[in-house]
Design a protein around this ligand. Sequence first.
Ligand SMILES: [Zn+2]
Length: 500
Amino acid sequence: MTARPRIAIAGIQHETNTFAPFGAGWDDFVRADGWPEMTVGEAIIDVFTPLSIPIGGFVRAARAECDFLPIVWAAAEPCSYVADDAFDRLSAMICDALAAGNPDAVYLDLHGAMVVESHEDGEGELLRRVRAVVGPGLPVVASLDMHANITQGMVEHADALAVYRTYPHIDMVETAGRAYRLLRQRLKRGEPFAKALRKPPFLIPLYTQCTDFEPCGGLYAGLPALERDGVASVDIGIGFPPADIAECGPAVIAYGTDDAAVRETADRLLDRIVAVESEFQSPLFDATGAVRYARQRGRPGDPIIIADLQDNPGAGGTSDTTSLLKAMVEGGLKNAALGLIWDPATAEAAHAAGVGAEFERMIGGRYGYDAEPFSARVRVEALSDGTFTCHGAILNDLTVSLGKMARLRILSGDSDVQVAVCSVRYQCLDQELLRVVGIEPREQAVVALKSSVHFRADFDRIAQEIILVEAPGANFCRGETVTYKKLRPGVRLGPGGPAN
Ligand SMILES: [Zn+2]
């Protein structure tokens, strides 16, 4: 290891739901949304070092010992395929800078479940291109989201991968710190680690992946104890099921200096996951049942929280399906709120009409998961420009830009339901996302959120109870409800479910 190695740092973040109705192009990576805007060169150090995003955590962990070659960082909200153009341009920015900059090592802040139009293993293809530029001997390490669908290509072309160990993801900074320690060890050692990759034979739905509960709680808590002499790192990528690619699904990866110990450890962890297959489950309501349950129990100041799992935009949902909203209104819920509905035209109409205005509106439902948009008379209760700072455990003072937002009260029927509408699609994982339009979540009797698990990091503390609803959306709960064409044969489409 040279006295002060110079590490190239870059990041591309995209979680690709190949079943979702639209993809991500170059502009989606350029603009700020729930993520910072595309950032290039030295500005990466200034922008990300204070943030709880992996590349910032990496800089904080490494800066006492290393210099940096910051290249580019870009992210787009989860959706369907990443356009070839966007991927090729971002890859070229990284590879050109590596070729010109001659760094001592490379760190990449990646997701691990990116699918590109022409490359179903997006990160594997990026790492292959990086490896082709830097050669076989230069250390290349990446951090990955826990939802990575880890592939043979990623493992082949990277020296090591470090994966988040919490869902909700509150350990991005710590994960980047582990990535740095692996990179440091790799630089000192001067030769590659032994590696092992194992794949359990079943997909695990998002709503059962939460590390606040079993079985993921125990599986992830047990990882540090598996690291020992000769085994530097052991991780689980829990997988992102709505990605129709051959290597979709959970994976175990292990790295170290003792090849036999690395393999044995990976086998042992694989066995642990397989042994708890039947425990990956949580009860699901339909929309009507969830509303009935919440109406009986929810009280202002002690809310029932309903998670609208399948329309989670953080997993590629459109965040505009209306089955749950319809059930909330028809079920006569009082003191109830729902967020976030992604409907730029409705937000625009609310801003044009102004606070206090009432009008008829077709809300959401633009992408076919519901029969039609929800039609209602609404009153504009509050407006926001949608740029504000969140304070929950995941976002940690990150400023988001969701475009024009509005709070609308549904006037049809005898319910009392309000909706928070936004112009940039984003998962409702932080209380500030509702407060910005004047909804104080704790004061509601019922709060419905388009999120699978991340909302728990900030809403758990105010919830009387959290219930899960399976209403229409692109982030399906049960693999057997869709058709996979590329998934490798024999994989069960859910724990204990039918095989592909
Ligand atoms: Zn994730």
